[in-house]
Design a protein around this ligand. Sequence first.
Ligand SMILES: [Zn+2]
Ligand SMILES: [Zn+2]
Length: 595
Amino acid sequence: MKKISLIIAMIAASAAIVSCSSAGNVLFSNGSSEYSIVVDPAAGESVQYAACELQHWISEVSGATLPIVGLDGGQSGRRLVVGYNDVLAGLLPDAQKPGDSDDTLNWRSVGGDILLWGGAKRGSLYAVYSFLEEELGVRWYSSAVSVAPKTGKYSFGQLDHSDSPSIRVRDDLYLDVISHPDFSGKLRNNHVPLAGRDGKVIPFSSERFWGVHTFDRMVPKSVYFSKHPEYYSLRSGKREKNGDTQLCLSNPDVLRITIESMRRIMRENPDYLIYSLTQNDNFDYCECSECQAIADQYGGQSGLMIWFVNQVADAIRDEFPDKYIGTFAYQYTRGVPRNIQPRENVVVRLCSIECCLMHNYDECERNKAFLNDLQGWSAISPHLFIWDYTTAFSQYPLPVPNFKTAKPHIQDYVVNKAIGMMEEGDYQSRCGEFNELKAYLLAKLMWNCDADPEAIIKDFTDGYYGPAGKYIREYIEYADMTLRRDGMHMNCYPYIADEVYSEEFIRGAREIFRKAKEAVADKPDYFSRVESAEFPILLLFNEKMHEEAMQCGTLEQIKHVIEKDGITRMAEHNNFHDERSFCSAEAYLHKYEDE
Ligand SMILES: [Zn+2]
Ligand SMILES: [Zn+2]
């Protein structure tokens, strides 16, 4: 039975793909191909890996293994040319050689040849992945789940496709993404160095942000405080040694030492794009009269910070013309300064931590202050970097209805000059609500902020959950309608006890998951993924309607998912005895060890 349905699926996939392409050139047919993959043997590891990936996935789809040859190999009109090289330049004399960090991807046919190229660091690999997705229907839904539709024949007429990212630095901070460089590259997340042919990460293949809260890295207290307490914050008349004291930014020696430290750090850590020069995680800024005078001149503490950061950025520019100094608009530096602007090589990092995830920024009272800051900083800054929050850090599995707000939020960042984004999700475990789908959707939206989320969700849910996909979509719509009701708001710290997770919501959700599981009862892989998707509802059912849940064997179901998915962390905090939420699977099961 299973085999028959697989064959039907194969025929359907094959028909769909052939009908999309006007015939003319046949890349493969009945498991064989006349094509070779042409790559410059002198190209870097990322381009070599791109050729191998193209070979591997075409083989998965067609059964044909195409040879990888050098620039003088292959037959004209029967070549897949990977990377910008002499063969490509001969076929497309007008094409400019892309910069190494240019993530723009291109694939185009010239005669019977197909050319796939982009910047040498990632662009050519992205071109290969894009071609495989768009033309051959390949999907990579998670590190463990990919789909390569078996296809009898692929033919093509004229191909011409180019695509550029909406955001330069794309940090999709979900555990499955950041811990699998090969999968991360497929999602075009470029904050993690790419995997190469041997599985090792490729140096200089990412656009990363170095450091956070770095004042002590610049002017270490352990080195300077005993002789120069005046380098550090004056608080209530005293230079404070204890804790993460801030720096006295008006002191010329502090500036000189910071510049020396930053230069050394940039030389020692060349594999980054942005280097953090950021205050420590507290409000203890320096109260000395010199610091206060500069702050007054530039509209507050953020003005003093930009005045200081600009001087460091000026000092390193000649040696590091392609790099940026990053700083925070955070806590006491969140307000927009006056009479000063960040330099061209400064990136201001703004955090959305207080925001309501349920609503757009311009339609929720709780988001207006953030939107004002976003627009204010955007008006004076050449570039922003957004630290965005997308999950329930207080209890990862809790439902967070942000499927409809993800796109407008990201569009607001792009419009307001975001050069980079970190979508901070469930980075510690894999029990976050729909963590695979959210990681996938956010990666696609960071790449193209105008993409259609509904289409992405439909594609993912059909591919990942099979026949249960339509019920998963029904649940997503149901949760959206039920949780995002009038008067409700949600930041990234919801709790099980919150009123929004009502008994009525839980009952409705259980019914939809019952149908979803029934639809894939004889398909163990899909069934297992639906069980994982149901985990948030099982948790709420067991906590809020415990007696009824006991009758249904819910605790056993929860234990089963914890075990099969290897769930450990269930919240960002690490407090075993937190009254409001469970930090881990261990803490959760501890509560019920006598039942
Ligand atoms: Zn000071
Ligand atoms: Zn709201």
